[in-house]
Design a protein around this ligand. Structure first.
Ligand SMILES: Cc1cc2nc3c(=O)[nH]c(=O)nc-3n(C[C@H](O)[C@H](O)[C@H](O)COP(=O)(O)O)c2cc1C
Length: 162
């Protein structure tokens, strides 16, 4: 089995998850940022990590996911500023899943990711603020070691050999 870990990151949060996924996966594997990611056709398993932007996967990842076609196994992982169990985040993950309707989605993982303080400051000065912004203080310091442990637990629960 050949695996590819693809991640998108601006401030490094999603890369932390990607590095953990990479460490956990056995066999032939590669890790690449979405900007330089190869054609998914050459891989059996794709772990795709994105950060949530405007309630959806970030735009680069949204462009990449539809290239993953039937016969491929996918694991999605994501970081976000909104609370972990919010509809906002659930909808972003559903959005990602719907971009690869014919692939076999094995599972997903998502956790808080510290929001760029300059962005928080800029947004909090606006009259209309994003719905998730009030949760940004809770995201400080994430992903933390507990997030990474939770990710490892999810990966190790897969029945196929990672
Ligand atoms: C421009 C911008 C838009 C964002 N939009 C959202 C959003 O809609 N929902 C959300 O939960 N978090 C949002 N965030 C927070 C990021 O998703 C979060 O901080 C993420 O962990 C960043 O990941 P990265 O460090 O891998 O770039 C936004 C952050 C930025 C900078």
């Amino acid at each position: 089995m050949k695996s590819l870990i693809v991640y998108s990151t601006q401030t490094g949060n999603t890369k932390k998850l990607a590095d953990t996924v990479y460490e956990q996966i056995k066999g032939e594997k590669e890790i690449r940022s979405v900007e330089s990611a190869p054609d998914p056709a050459g891989y059996d398993f794709l772990a795709v990590g994105f950060w949530v932007k405007a309630g959806k996967p970030d735009p680069e990842t949204m462009n990449y996911i539809p290239r993953i076609t039937s016969g491929k196994k996918i694991f999605f992982f994501a970081t976000h500023g909104a609370s972990t169990d919010s509809d906002h985040v659930k909808e972003a993950i559903e959005y990602a899943k719907n971009l690869a309707p014919s692939a076999d989605i094995l599972g997903t993982f998502n956790c808080l990711g510290e929001v760029d303080p300059a962005f928080v400051k800029r947004m909090s000065e606006k009259e209309q603020q994003p719905v998730w912004l009030h949760n940004a203080p809770n995201a400080v310091g994430h992903p933390d070691s507990t997030d990474l442990k939770n990710l490892i637990n999810i990966l190790s629960s897969f029945k196929f050999s990672l």
